[in-house]
Design a protein around this ligand. Sequence first.
Ligand SMILES: C[S@@+](CC[C@H](N)C(=O)[O-])C[C@H]1O[C@@H](n2cnc3c(N)ncnc32)[C@H](O)[C@@H]1O
Length: 303
Amino acid sequence: MSLSPASLQALADDTAFCDALLARSQHLREQLDARMEQVLVDQLDGLAAAFKPSQVEVEVDEATRARLFEIVARQWAHVGEQMPHFSVLSHEDWRPEQLTAERLADFYETGRGELVLLRRLLSQVGLGLPCKARCVELGCGVGRVTVHLAPQFGEVEGLDVSPGNLAECERALAARDIRNVRLTRLQAPPDIQQLAPYDLLFSRMVLQHNPPPIQHYLLRELLARLRPGGIVVFQLVTGGPSYGYLAAQHLQKHATTDFEIHALPMPAALALLRASGCALLDVFRDTAGGFNVSSYTFLAQKL
Ligand SMILES: C[S@@+](CC[C@H](N)C(=O)[O-])C[C@H]1O[C@@H](n2cnc3c(N)ncnc32)[C@H](O)[C@@H]1O
């Protein structure tokens, strides 16, 4: 006897009937279990195949690194010149033509959430903010977070590539009479080697705008300058559907007036933490890189 697809569906929808049938037939139950197992294996395999960390080039020679950094610097110089606040948070209210004094104040208030996040992350692992400490903020932008970090630390060094954003950051600090922040413009990868030792790194929505070899290099150099006991909180995009990266291809074809989103695969990030003597204390998935990519915030401490 053969049943029509509609009848089969009706039977399948009748869970009581299906349960009774399966209870009576061991053979049927085994067939179903095997099929379900295969479905799960196929699904997981599909997920893993969608992104291959091995197809992301994370290390390049010095000359290539310099050229890749130049691309990032040019992109952020452009958007920092045209629309600094909007380049940091893409909401219509922050476009230059919409930015009233009231909206500007609202914009800077959004940065308070990052300080709340930092405090909560630390308190969840039994740590507090090291108040007299030296904090480094990679990609301080227009100072949205910097103005909230500054009162919590002995000193803050804000690093950025965008002259326009740094100028806005300086204005925001002056308007609040904040004097313990030093701003540094990174113009080439080796500039990071001038960074003095520090106690806490904070960086969200920054590394993701850099090609993987730049993210890898900056993280390695930043972690090398973290003092023992020091803390890092940074966010990365670790992958996305069909993301792959080859520096040679990127050098040939890249955006010139807008920023890009790139990934640093999780295995590479974890290896960097391990190699620098940092213990991973927490990691959580976030939406800082958008909704269609894997983005994570890491909390780690140097041993
Ligand atoms: C989306 S904004 C975020 C700014 C800030 N973190 C915030 O949350 O308000 C990214 C900032 O990172 C800066 N940036 C991008 N790549 C950088 C790099 N390699 N080194 C330093 N700053 C960088 C950009 O110029 C821009 O100001």
